[in-house]
Design a protein around this ligand. Structure first.
Ligand code: FES
Length: 231
């Protein structure tokens, strides 16, 4: 079916959402609770547009033949921008210092022209959990979008994660809320891959425990059989 996104006509498959039509037009519309691999959640309101004369969450709204989608509608833009500003107001300044290629939130702020400090939020001091060898959690960067929880349940089928707390205190937790390493998390990395803010990340080389053992083995690159030490 054909959809007009601004002045751009795009063809999308039956059943496509408005967000998919927008993406097909080449616009990287912020969509902080959405991941193409997961069921649409429609909870963050950062993907608001005007479509068929109504302001809608584009991630949960089906596109329709001949639909007109306006990305520059002032009311939709203002509401979506305010949703991002409210999120940012609760986060530490370092949330916006993460490189854009690693943070959808940073890219969303660039899209809407948001800089740190638009609102003065309560902030948090919820600490970190670095107990797991493959997953690091920085609770203060969590926007409770739920993508990690859905990734763990819908894709991995592990059901190790949940959102705990209420309102601005909502945050992801693993298992019964104890150390991440004690939870059923299998370390697949799906939650890290889906996290839009960097609240979940993989330990870097500097985080790893120094390796102190040396193993002598045979190089498998060719048939000569050279030995080498692996540290
Ligand atoms: Fe559409 Fe969150 S991405 S409401």
């Amino acid at each position: 079916m054909r959809v007009m996104v601004g002045r751009t006509a795009v063809d999308v498959a039956d059943g496509a959402t408005v967000l998919e039509a927008v993406r097909a037009s080449g616009v990287d519309l912020p969509s902080l609770c959405h991941d193409d691999r997961l069921s649409p959640r429609g909870s963050c309101r950062t993907c608001l547009v005007r479509a068929a004369s109504r302001i809608v969450a584009s991630c949960t709204t089906p596109a329709a033949e001949g639909m007109h989608v306006e990305l520059d509608d002032p009311a939709a833009q203002q509401a979506a921008k305010a949703a991002v500003e409210l999120m940012v107001s609760e986060l530490p300044a370092r949330a916006l210092e993460i490189p854009a290629e690693r943070s959808e939130l940073v890219r969303a702020c660039t899209y809407f022209g948001i800089t740190a400090g638009s609102f003065a939020g309560a902030g948090h001091d919820r600490g970190t959990d670095h107990s797991h060898p493959y997953v690091k959690l920085d609770r203060d960067l969590c926007i409770a979008c739920g993508r990690c929880v859905a990734m763990c349940a819908e894709v991995q089928g592990t059901f190790a994660l949940e959102l705990t707390g209420r309102g601005f205190d909502t945050v992801v937790a693993a298992g019964d809320g104890g150390p991440w390493v004690s939870s059923p998390c299998v370390g697949c990395g799906g939650c890290v891959d889906s996290c839009p803010t960097g609240a979940l990340s993989e330990p870097g080389l500097l985080d790893l425990t120094p390796i102190t053992t040396t193993t002598t083995t045979t190089c498998g690159y060719c048939g000569v059989g050279c030995t080498l030490d692996v540290h």
